[in-house]
Design a binder for this molecule. Structure first.
Ligand code: SF4
Length: 697
């Protein structure tokens, strides 16, 4: 009877970017259980295992409950918030005094509410004088954001989830939607048009097995493949000339570029038979409503921006954008990757503005009522260049918030060595056991989803609320409160006084969004979001009962000054570390299950989720390769790259092609093998191509 709820409230899930609504059942205002929301427009009464377990992971015994400070004995010991704040500010300020303001930086997340990310951006950049700060969205969505910005003039995913249900052709690229975004996959299954589903992925994933057609392309054959499909469309005249003339620029140059990409000319590179390329082009041509969807198989690539744009180009040349069931659609990873992309002051100044643009700086200073001179005049370095500055001894203090790079960053031994070389490493996290927290000089205990308020923006641009339905353990505080404490101790609390609560920050964000494509100033408050099941941007005017689902570009007008979308393209480049005699296999990495999230910091705390997934790291091996290497199913093996060697259990399966291995990203071992290399436009790490060898232990 004690657990019998007396009220229910709805909030958005805090794991992935689907942004499902969860009904939280309360007793005396505290969460006792949850169930998927049936009325929320996103998830239609469903949740994946992570969502079902979202409350349980909050009760883990390794929650950080008090600040921890590393003492002279080298151990982390509990300390007071007062000492933690003075240590944080004294050490960061001392570094800045000695080495200049650019010698400290922050690295944050797409997992915090937008209000917290925005306050952090104001505190770090306008208050503490930092120039450099980035988010782990660099590992996730930077490529899509860059591709959209260059092609459309703004980081604007055009779709709405309803498009999954309205397409008659669905092209999924580098996306195992079945397990990575299972609720979106349910939308595909609900599609009543009997859609053709084309999956383009080197692996025979769960999604590929359910597809009408699976193209098991060679890794990094994607750019050439999409140019070959475009070549056929152009050659056959299967283009939408009216749309091209009215709404795009650069098609003629693109058509010329395509001449070199006849399907037979690139078959060796793509591994796809020319007849199959012709067939796929024909399916796209015959489709009335064709949608192109991609995720990390595209984004986490050394040429991902151009690959994403090759999909955008396909949508543009066939006029498949701005209509129901169409679009060039990037599916985001983290719950609030989009909030981070638009309002964290990392990759851009608030609202997609530019730090290097004086008018943008003056506008933001005016909205915030601060001295414009406090706003840095240069954009931040991207994540990997911040780490390179650490290597060069120019950045000596780092502050990680809600992210775990000691597990998630590529070439892990190198990343860890860089973190250990810092003069001061502060980590703000829910769990003191997180890999990065274990390396810290100071751990600041943070409240998590369910223990604080704010808004997330999901993949389809929908703002949804999260609420405080549980008390954070011990002395853990919301990230918002920690930022406010730091601001006061640093001496910039007065400047940030208007940021007094998440809802006050939301009001500031509404003002900052005015005049940008993501204007959401028409949203009144959290209650308004609650009443409507979240609201998609743009929402510039007061809107009650706004349409549940809305897409962009229905008027054919894009965000470049001329209103046109651009065709952007480059020839494919070679992978920097192809397999060779010493390391004859190519290692692919990715999500391995619907039941674990990224580095398992939270999801490993659920007994249910642990049961749904192997506890130890495994590697998928093709049966022919296993025979050749003398590896039996379930045998322990060494997997080695030029950067390290890890022990894993061999899963022998035909779902992985000969010459390739697959390891999930959820295990810390995986990134001991990966190679640090990056897309030149988005600076996103390329996690899915490094040479390895395998041998039985
Ligand atoms: Fe929905 Fe993603 Fe949460 Fe699962 S993790 S319930 S798919 S938002």
């Amino acid at each position: 009877a004690k657990l019998k709820p007396d009220a229910t409230t709805t909030m958005t899930c805090g794991f992935c970017s689907t942004g499902c609504g969860l009904n939280i059942h309360l007793r005396d205002g505290q969460a006792v259980n949850l169930s998927p929301a049936t009325e929320y427009p996103v998830n239609l009464g469903m949740a994946c295992p992570k969502g079902w377990e979202a409350l349980n992971v909050l009760d883990a015994p390794d929650r950080a409950t008090t600040p921890l400070l590393r003492g002279a004995d080298g151990r982390l010991s509990p300390t007071s918030w007062d000492t933690a704040m003075s240590t944080f500010c004294d050490r960061m300020q001392a570094i800045q005094r000695q080495h200049g303001p650019e010698s400290v930086a922050f690295l944050s997340t797409g997992q915090m509410p937008t209000e917290e990310q925005a306050l952090l951006g104001a505190l770090a950049k306008f208050g503490m004088g930092m120039v450099h700060g980035d988010g782990n969205t660099r590992q996730c969505m930077a490529t899509a954001a860059t591709a959209y910005k260059q092609s459309f003039g703004y980081d604007a995913p055009p779709f709405t989830y309803q498009d999954f249900e309205e397409s008659d052709v669905i092209v999924l690229v580098g996306s195992n939607l079945c397990i990575a975004h299972p609720i979106m996959w349910e939308r595909v299954l609900r599609n009543r048009n009997r859609p053709k589903i084309i999956v383009i992925d080197p692996r025979s994933t769960e999604t590929a097995m359910a597809a009408s057609k699976h193209l098991p392309l060679k890794p990094k054959g994607d750019l050439a493949l999409f140019y070959a499909i475009a070549h056929v469309l152009a050659r056959q005249g299967w283009i939408d000339r009216d749309f091209l003339d009215a709404h795009t620029t650069g098609y003629d140059g693109f058509a010329q570029h395509l001449q070199a990409y006849a399907p037979n000319a690139v078959a060796a590179r793509t591994g796809i038979a020319p007849a199959l390329v012709e067939e796929v082009a024909d399916v796209i041509h015959r489709g009335e409503r064709v949608s192109f969807w991609w995720t990390m198989g595209v984004n986490q690539s050394y040429e991902g921006t151009r690959v994403a744009q090759s999909l955008i180009n396909l949508a543009l040349m066939t006029g498949n954008i701005g209509r129901p069931g169409t679009g060039a659609n990037s599916i985001t990873g983290q719950a609030n990757a989009m909030g981070s992309r638009l309002f964290s002051n990392t990759t851009c100044l608030y609202g997609g503005r530019d730090f290097e643009n004086r008018a943008d700086r003056e506008h933001v200073a005016g909205v915030l009522g601060i001295d414009g001179a406090r706003i840095p005049t240069q954009n931040s370095l991207p994540y990997h260049q911040i780490l390179e500055r650490v290597r060069a001894g120019k950045i000596r203090g780092l502050w990680f918030i809600c992210t775990n790079p000691a597990h998630s960053w590529s070439q892990q031994a190198d990343a860890r060595a860089l973190l250990k070389s810092l003069d001061f490493l502060a980590v703000q996290d829910m769990y003191h056991s997180a890999d990065t927290a274990a390396l810290a000089d100071l751990v600041l205990p943070a409240a998590g989803w369910g223990e604080k308020e704010g808004t997330f923006i999901n993949s389809e641009r929908r703002l949804g609320v999260i609420k405080k339905v549980k008390q954070a353990p011990g002395e853990a505080l919301s990230d918002f409160s920690i930022f406010r404490l730091i601001a006061d101790r640093w001496g910039c609390g007065e400047m940030l006084s208007e940021w007094s609560s998440p809802e006050a920050a939301f009001e500031i964000l509404k003002r900052l969004s005015v005049g940008t494509p993501c204007d959401f100033s028409g949203i009144e408050n959290y209650l308004h979001l609650d009443r409507n099941g979240g609201i998609q941007w743009p929402c510039p005017a007061p809107a009650e009962g706004v349409a549940g689902q809305r897409r962009l570009f229905e008027d054919g007008r894009f965000y470049h000054a001329d209103g046109r979308a651009r065709f952007l393209f480059d020839p494919p480049t070679d992978m920097p570390e192809p397999p060779d005699r010493d390391y004859p296999y190519l290692l692919l990495t990715g999500r391995g299950t619907a039941s674990q999230w990224h580095t398992q910091t939270r999801t490993s705390k659920s007994a249910v989720l642990r049961k749904l997934y192997p506890a130890g790291v495994y590697v998928e091996v093709n049966p022919g390769d296993a025979r050749r290497e003398g590896v039996r199913p379930q045998q322990r093996v060494w997997v080695a790259s030029r950067r390290g060697r890890v022990a894993a259990t061999a899963y022998v399966t035909p779902t992985i092609r000969p010459g390739q291995l697959f390891m999930p990203m959820h295990y810390p071992e995986t990134n001991r093998l990966t190679l640090s290399h990056f897309d030149p436009h988005s600076h996103q790490p390329s996690y899915k191509d490094c040479a390895v060898r395998i041998e039985a232990i």
